[in-house]
Design a protein around this ligand. Structure first.
Ligand code: PGA
Ligand code: ZN
Length: 417
């Protein structure tokens, strides 16, 4: 089967928020691969620039004029080589010339084209025979912060992780039941609740942070008891969105609270203790490595995860590991550009004792590639929502992978700190 790249096609499509995004087809003599790029709403400052000036149209021109002539004729099997060429063509650190999302879509489409041309599924092609472990799904069930609207909680995401489940299907089912149970609880807590949902399919309600955590505790407890395994709670504070540089404080508008570093630390530590949180993402703003480190030292039995802090960037993660800033790192391939960049960060995370958490973006497409990446690179957790088409595309693909693996499938060994 020939894996030589014969054509590269770029087109404009839309993500789940209705924003324009780039989709790439990489065509080989025997098959093809297709990927469309996601987009964040609460982006880290150190992320790649998504598109050149002129947006998706300009990016497609770059694909046709600059990129396709360099890549056509090369072998799609050589992923690192393809990714290196993309970086060389661009020549900037933040990929502003061709666009980080352009590099992302070409890189992933190439990996899929290579897998298909070799007659393999993407996770087998990237991970080989040893890839047989499924991640735990971490799902957003209540939205706030930049993802909510109006009088929603300041914390951006209230999450569930059914870490006692013994199969992926069982874990995914638990998340959907918790999501449904939460809506019953919200109807009682918010008289105006009428079933509104955010980009990620999580509920939007006129409640505060603590009420959201109470709803989560109730739903996780009840469903966990019914199913007979533990369902943990988590939050993504997305604290950069709350941070006010001139006031040097985190502003909680709904609560009417202003918290300086010490108060924020105490607030988060209390939440971890009070609600037995298993996972906390971005508890401090994206430059506060020291703050992260103090929390990580003091928090017990809880994953402290950097998203905006690390932006899947190996240089930023290296600093974090040296400072013991966290014990988990979000992996969003389009934050950093290419598959090779993301893979290097995952490897570094594992060497440093960090849990890599493969993640969707709030504006996503029905692409299911991250499901394969999580299995191929043995990420213990995948953060990809619970309901909404772009989220279920990934969850359903993991159900298919689990079925495909048959007796060899097993849930990854999730070591809590
Ligand atoms: P996003 O954020 O809107 O940038 O995708 C999601 C997250 O903070 O995890
Ligand atoms: Zn986040």
């Amino acid at each position: 089967m020939s894996t030589v790249i014969e054509d590269i096609i770029g087109r404009k499509v839309f993500n789940s928020r209705g924003e324009e995004t780039i989709e790439i087809d990489i065509v080989t003599a025997s098959s093809f691969g297709r990927t469309s790029a996601p987009a964040g709403e609460s982006r880290g400052k150190a992320e790649m620039v998504y598109y050149p000036q002129g947006g998706v149209d300009q990016a497609i021109e770059k694909v046709e004029e600059l990129i396709a002539p360099e890549l056509i004729g090369l072998n799609a099997d050589f992923q690192e080589e393809i990714d290196k060429i993309l970086r060389e063509i661009d020549g900037t650190k933040d990929l502003r010339r061709i666009g980080g999302n352009t590099a992302f879509a070409i890189s992933l489409a190439n990996a899929e084209a290579a897998a298909n041309s070799n007659g393999l599924l993407l996770f087998q092609f990237l991970g080989g025979y040893v890839a047989h472990e499924l991640p735990y799904p971490l799902g957003n069930v209540i939205s706030g912060g930049k993802h909510g609207q109006g009088k929603t909680p300041e914390i951006q995401e209230f999450l569930v992780i059914p870490h006692g489940a013994t199969s992926f299907l069982e874990a995914a089912a638990a998340n959907t039941q918790i999501h449904r149970r939460i809506s019953d609880i919200l109807k009682k807590k918010d008289k105006l609740f009428c079933g509104g949902r955010s980009d990620e399919g999580a509920w939007i309600a006129n409640i505060g942070n603590l009420e959201a955590l109470e709803a989560l505790t109730e739903a996780c407890g009840e469903i966990g008891n019914e199913l007979g395994f533990e369902c943990g709670l988590g939050v993504d504070v997305a604290a950069s969105s709350l941070w006010n540089t001139s006031k040097k404080a985190y502003i909680y508008k709904r609560e009417g609270e202003k918290r300086d570093f010490g108060e924020q630390l105490e607030f988060i530590l209390n939440l971890i203790k009070e609600y037995n949180l298993a996972y906390v993402e971005d508890p401090f703003h994206e430059e506060d490595y020291q703050g992260f480190a103090e929390l990580t030292k003091k928090a017990n039995n809880c994953l402290i995860c950097g998203d905006d802090l690390f932006v899947t960037n190996s240089e930023r993660l290296k600093r974090g590991i040296e400072m013991h800033a966290a014990n988990a790192a979000i992996i969003k391939v389009n934050q950093v550009g290419t598959l090779t960049d993301a893979w290097e960060t995952i490897e570094m995370a594992k060497r440093g004792g960090y849990v890599p958490v493969m993640s969707h973006r709030s504006g996503d497409t029905c692409d299911w590639h991250i499901a394969h990446l999580a299995v191929a690179f043995k990420c213990p957790i995948i953060k990809t929502g619970v309901v909404e088409g772009a989220r279920t595309a990934k969850i359903n693909e993991l159900i298919r992978i689990e079925e495909f693996l048959g007796d060899r499938a097993k849930m990854v060994d999730l070591q809590m700190p």
